[in-house]
Design a protein around this ligand. Structure first.
Ligand SMILES: Nc1ncnc2c1ncn2[C@@H]1O[C@H](COP(=O)(O)OP(=O)(O)O)[C@@H](O)[C@H]1O
Ligand SMILES: [Mg+2]
Length: 440
């Protein structure tokens, strides 16, 4: 051979190698571009199986995915004579790590290139003897994701070149599969979370519904009971009074007992009246109007004139501004609190009641402070309950309904009522009512 033909031969060979390389690069490039577009694991594995087989002229290609909880490989996609229909694997092959050539590639994290399967004791015969096999693990950040495997009927079919391309494909696929798995897990997690939130919301709605139903039942019961019980109580009281008037020879002791009974029935009537007004307090649908608090208090002091004069009480207020609400209910609210402030005064001390108003966070904040007997703070919650009183009836009259009523009125107006006090010194009620004119 002449040097010219020599170098020509070299050039030809190099050209051949370059073409080969170009072909490989094109395969990898095309693969990478298409892979990016896949969005689900299923799409990705089927794309790999089909493309590897077609582009590289392989007889078949199977993709296995590693199932971490079960610690095994499960066939996820396959292309070749055994699986002519895409996306349809009825009984996926399951491979234990370390078993067969695929299992070994997975367990050792190293590719396997078997030129003659007859000489490899690890080879597991399927339906047909395939004489060569190539297995490449898919690994991401040191963790096994799956295996790409291909078998061929001929001996020595797979080359080092094939191995190189397949390893590049596996590396590209590993990132994509790992990312997609994460995204799918996240989406599942989110879905679970959403389902749980929906479930809880539904449960909550159900219990609110049940609660409001039982509240309504209770309200109508309280109304019916207090209404229907008034009549028999009235009868008892009038017959007791009749006996007292008719029986001239009653001993003074019996007369005293009769008086107790009459008093009792009168108190009972008062309690029933209170209960009736409590259950009549409408929660919704009432008239909502602008109320000038100074005007309202002026009317109230006129109503309480007798008590104010008797106890020499002084009321300090002014510039209380306006609020929105139901006038009847708001009047009841102030009347209850102010009459309590007068009633629970210290012996020998004239009641001084100071009413102020501030505005904070969209609320009118109204405080009513007195210089009376005060309340032990441990009773602060209790006094807002129906019929709860802290003093004997002999010392201070009342039915224990006033503050329960106040609480309900304030709640009807989407507000809050709080108490602060020092036993033996003072009591201060704080009422917060929303400034905006809400629909009730
Ligand atoms: N301004 C106040 N000072 C001291 N104690 C009070 C005051 N307001 C309410 N209380 C206590 O709270 C209890 C409940 O009040 P309320 O529901 O109005 O019932 P009543 O006035 O019929 O006793 C009262 O019995 C009293 O013990
Ligand atoms: Mg009261």
């Amino acid at each position: 051979m002449t040097p010219v033909t020599d170098s020509l031969a070299i050039l030809k060979r190099e050209n051949q190698v370059l073409r080969e390389k170009e072909k490989q690069l094109t395969i990898i490039n095309d693969f990478a571009i298409e892979l990016i577009k896949k969005i689900s694991i299923d799409e990705i594995v089927w794309f790999i199986a089909k493309n590897v087989a077609a582009r590289m002229g392989f007889f078949d290609c199977v993709v296995y995915l590693y199932d971490e909880p079960k610690d095994c490989l499960i066939q996820a996609a396959a292309h070749g004579p055994k699986n002519p229909i895409h996306f349809d694997i009825k009984d996926p092959i399951i491979i234990t790590l370390g078993k067969g050539i695929v299992g070994c590639a997975a367990k050792n994290g190293k590719s396997e290139l078997v030129h003659d399967t007859r000489k490899d004791p690890r080879y597991i015969i399927d339906d047909d003897y395939r004489l060569s096999e190539i297995s490449v693990p898919i690994i991401f950040e040191g963790k096994l994701i799956g295996v790409i495997d291909s078998e061929h009927p001929e001996v020595g079919f797979y080359s080092k070149q094939h191995l190189k391309i397949l390893e590049t494909v596996a590396a590209l696929a590993s990132v994509k599969i790992a990312n997609t798995q994460h995204a799918e897990q996240l989406a599942n997690h989110q879905k679970n979370l959403e389902e749980q939130v929906n479930l809880k919301t539904k449960e909550l709605q159900d219990s609110v519904e049940k609660l409001s139903k039982s509240n309504q039942d209770l309200e109508s019961f309280a109304y019916a009971a207090s209404h229907d019980l008034q009549e028999p109580i009235r009868t008892i009281a009038s017959y007791l009074q009749l006996i007292e008037r008719k029986e001239k020879n009653l001993s003074s002791e019996s007369r005293e007992f009769l008086n107790f009974a009459v008093d009792g029935s009168k108190r009972m009537r008062k309690l029933l009246e209170g209960l009736l007004s409590y259950s009549r307090l409408k929660r919704t649908g009432f008239e909502n109007e602008e109320i000038n608090l100074d005007d309202l208090l002026t009317v109230m002091t006129a109503n309480l004139n007798r008590q104010i004069l008797e106890t020499k009480a002084t009321l300090k207020y002014g510039n209380l501004g306006v609020i929105f609400g139901n006038k009847t209910q708001i009047s009841q609210l102030f009347q209850n609190i102010i009459s309590n402030a007068i009633k629970f005064r210290k012996e020998g001390v004239s009641p001084e009641i100071d009413i102020q108003r501030a505005t904070k966070d969209g609320y009118a904040v109204i405080t009513i402070e007195d210089n009376g007997i005060g309340i032990d703070p441990s009773f602060h919650q209790k006094i807002f309950q129906l019929f709860s009183r802290l003093n004997t009836i002999n010392k201070y009259s009342g039915s224990g309904i006033g503050l329960a009523l106040c609480k309900r009125i304030v709640e009807n107006h989407f507000g809050e009522i709080e108490i602060d006090s020092e036993k033996g010194k003072w009591t201060k009620f704080t009422i917060r009512l929303p400034l905006e004119n809400r629909e009730f």
